[in-house]
Design a protein around this ligand. Sequence first.
Ligand code: C2E
Ligand code: CA
Ligand code: CA
Ligand code: CA
Length: 274
Amino acid sequence: ITDQGGGKIACLSTESHVILNRRSKIDKKMLTALDHRNLQVVYQPQMDIATGETTVYEALVRWQDEELGYIMPDELIPIAEENGHIHAIGAFVIEEAAKMAVTLSNKKHDAIISVNTSVREFNNSQMHEKLTNILEKTKCPSNKIQLEITEKFALQAEQEHSIVLQMKKLQEDGIQFTLDDFGTGYASFRYMQSLPISKVKIDKVFIQSLLTMPKNKKLVEGMILFSKTMGFYVVAEGVESEEQFELLKEMGVDAVQGYYIGAPVTAEEIFQNL
Ligand code: C2E
Ligand code: CA
Ligand code: CA
Ligand code: CA
């Protein structure tokens, strides 16, 4: 609380103080949470329209803390990107995902686990080595893991060059890439050309206004048409209703993900329902 003089107290400062305090606690507790494996990964099914099968599960990180409650990725990831623990979190999620892919395959359920990565994580020349080591350690075939990449900021030319090199090496090993949050990123169209990606995921903001905003329907139609012309496998995320599902199917998307298909759940819950 800051006293602005004359007995006036700025309430906004109180609020930002609380946020800063939570932020700094998250920052401080993150390493211990990682060490104690207090982070968890949940999995959300993605349904391939042509077969009706769950062909992919997206891995989503969760952290529940006694004092702070649930810390969702939208809060956690930006702090981790800033304090550098994003690399350790990334390694943790990939290892969990690889183990999940192996267990599913042992249970005769063939599915790919899709892991979120920030393009920033590729700004590390060890990305290829790190991934290869995890896949070896867990005995996970590389074609069982795919990476979703998203970028909200501009990349410098030399950064982009080194990221493309890292990605190409991984692609040669059989790892596929999905451009996430299509339509909202800083340079979706540019990355569709310059990065070695094979799938695009249309962001849920467009799906959620599909039935209510005629212009967005046109926009999604255009995005699907364009992506398919470019040869990409097209996924729609955030599908919550049957109406949205039917419309997207008609529009020609290859796969759908969202509460209508299934919410993110723990690995145990997936095994129970196989
Ligand atoms: P995203 O990649 O766009 O993931 C989809 C988000 O939408 C997830 O939120 C998911 O739980 C939520 N969702 C799924 N279906 C529906 C639906 O039908 N309706 C609505 N309204 N939402 C739905 P979540 O788990 O909170 O993750 C938020 C974002 O955090 C993700 O967005 C992703 O960019 C990032 N993230 C999550 N896990 C990781 C991770 O392990 N590493 C990195 N770098 N980022 C992660
Ligand atoms: Ca994603
Ligand atoms: Ca998204
Ligand atoms: Ca995202």
